[in-house]
Design a protein around this ligand. Structure first.
Ligand code: 5AD
Ligand code: SF4
Length: 448
């Protein structure tokens, strides 16, 4: 009987990607993935630290595994990812039934740690980070229409609210060649769309260029990367997340505007519309500079759509400052926004120097106002799309109603349509939008 494992993933797409690569690595070591948590021999929790709630969820969940371990004493339980990196040994102390803790740069060592847990029943913790420690894993589930590629790790931005630089370390970029090779391998196994991942993706290659003394304000290794990926046969669409305004120079704008495979929907975190708050957050741009970059993209690509991340209730945010965030939302017109209530994270700059003084009710209320704004905008924008033609990549039966098929438009809108004989998964076809709701567009296939 093969030894089985199950990975439960919390947090961002970077974690999803790490879990996929880890699953491939464990399979190469002879372990077999199991969909059922309770039936697995090895249980791995890939965790997130970005907000307090995310961590509490994990502690609750791993705590529950104590019972399972009582009936299955050989069960190996591991915590990996951001929380593992942040807490290290402390997790082993707090959770006596936990077997191993592996930090964000330790993925390639996990099979050996698991082996040791199984053979010696010893408890282990590995959280070393830094240059030379990490080797990017390039294993992928074969046959995925849409695949993620991690192009860089870490973050050097040190926004005052953010735990990421402490969990994922300094920025490290992979070579263009390694990423292109991974994209080619994916194209050969059926991938048509790639989503490039990096915590601060527009800073791709920046720390390496700085170290070589070749960094200038016109520098954009990210634009070079997009140009190289444009040439990969079989890859039809390129998306990426998340850029930072500070590195969105004209070279970047030119590349995203002109490269045909780069989808014209952009996720650009704004966080706040108030310059004072942006400064306290250490975002390194003003609201006007943010809007200037949106305008620069719109000037080249009028149909471009935008999504964003926003934090409400950051330390000392006044009602007027919150209104400025509301205003920037109205000005840009986001197709999608992740709106977060500020959550103080121990160890961040803000937790040391600023007071988390906005009451929870006020954070909640501000959050609701922005969610309403988003809904109203999306509803109106979707209604306006009726009658237009959009290009959709056919993904197959929709998750909610399998009799209908779905796919995403190049502008990242979910489009639902009737299956048809001439439609195959992976086809990129034009659809005319006939109906719209807040969540989706309904289309009919355009016949040539
Ligand atoms: N509190 C609330 N939201 C946060 N984010 C990051 N740190 C915090 C925090 N301490 C949000 C930011 C970021 C997204 C990934 O998570 O908006 O862009
Ligand atoms: Fe969460 Fe950030 Fe870690 Fe992703 S990188 S899992 S968002 S803390």
């Amino acid at each position: 009987m093969p030894i089985t494992f199950h990975i439960k993933t919390y947090g961002c797409q970077m974690n999803e990607r790490d879990s996929e690569a880890l699953a491939c690595l464990l399979e190469m070591h002879g372990y077999q993935e199991c969909a059922e948590e309770a039936e697995s021999d090895i249980l791995i929790f890939n965790t997130c630290s970005v907000r307090d709630q995310a961590e509490r969820k994990v502690v609750g969940k791993v705590g529950l595994m104590k019972k399972l371990k009582r009936v299955k004493p050989d069960l190996v339980i591991g915590v990996i990812g951001c929380m593992a990196q942040r807490m290290g040994e402390q997790l082993l102390e707090e959770l006596p039934h936990l077997d191993f803790v592996a930090g964000t740069d330790q993925l390639q060592n996990i099979p050996a740690m698991v082996d040791k847990c199984l053979k010696e029943h010893s408890r282990q913790c590995a959280i070393e980070m830094g240059p030379g420690v990490f080797r990017e894993l390039d294993g992928h589930r074969p046959g995925r229409l849409i695949s993620e590629i991690s192009v860089m790790r870490g973050c050097d931005q040190f926004c005052t609210y953010c735990i990421v630089p402490y969990c994922r370390g300094r920025e490290k970029s992979r070579s263009i060649q390694a990423i292109v090779d991974e994209a080619k391998m994916l194209a050969d196994t059926g991938t048509k769309e790639i989503l490039l991942l990096g915590q601060n993706i527009t800073a791709y290659g920046v720390s390496e260029a700085r170290a070589q003394g070749i960094y200038t304000p016109e520098f954009s290794a990210f634009a070079d990367l997009l140009e190289a990926l444009q040439e990969v046969d079989g890859i039809e669409r390129i998306r990426f997340t998340s850029p930072h305004v500070r590195f969105m120079n004209d070279r970047f704008v030119e590349a995203v505007a002109t490269l045909p495979k780069v989808c014209k929907s952009f996720h650009i975190p704004v966080q706040s519309g108030s310059d004072r708050i942006l400064k306290l957050m250490h975002r390194n741009y003003t609201a006007a500079e943010y809007l200037d970059r949106i305008a620069a993209i719109r000037a080249r690509v009028p149909q471009a759509t935008f999504s964003t991340d926003i934090i409400v209730g950051f330390c000392s945010e006044t009602q007027e400052e919150f209104e400025m965030t509301h205003q920037i939302m109205r000005e840009v017109g986001y197709d999608m926004a992740y709106i977060f209530r500020y959550s103080q994270r121990e160890g961040t700059q803000a937790s040391k120097t600023l007071l988390d003084d906005i009451p929870e009710e006020v954070k909640h209320e501000r959050n609701q106002i922005l969610l309403q704004e988003l809904n109203d905008y999306v509803k109106a924008a979707n209604a306006k799309a009726v009658g237009s033609t959009v290009q959709v990549m056919v993904e197959g039966p929709s998750a909610r109603n399998p009799r209908r098929w779905s796919g995403r438009s190049d502008l990242n809108k979910m489009v639902l349509f009737e299956p048809a004989e001439e439609l195959h998964v992976g086809d990129i076809r034009d659809f005319t939008i006939t109906r719209a709701t807040e969540n989706a567009l309904y289309g009919t296939l355009d016949n040539l």
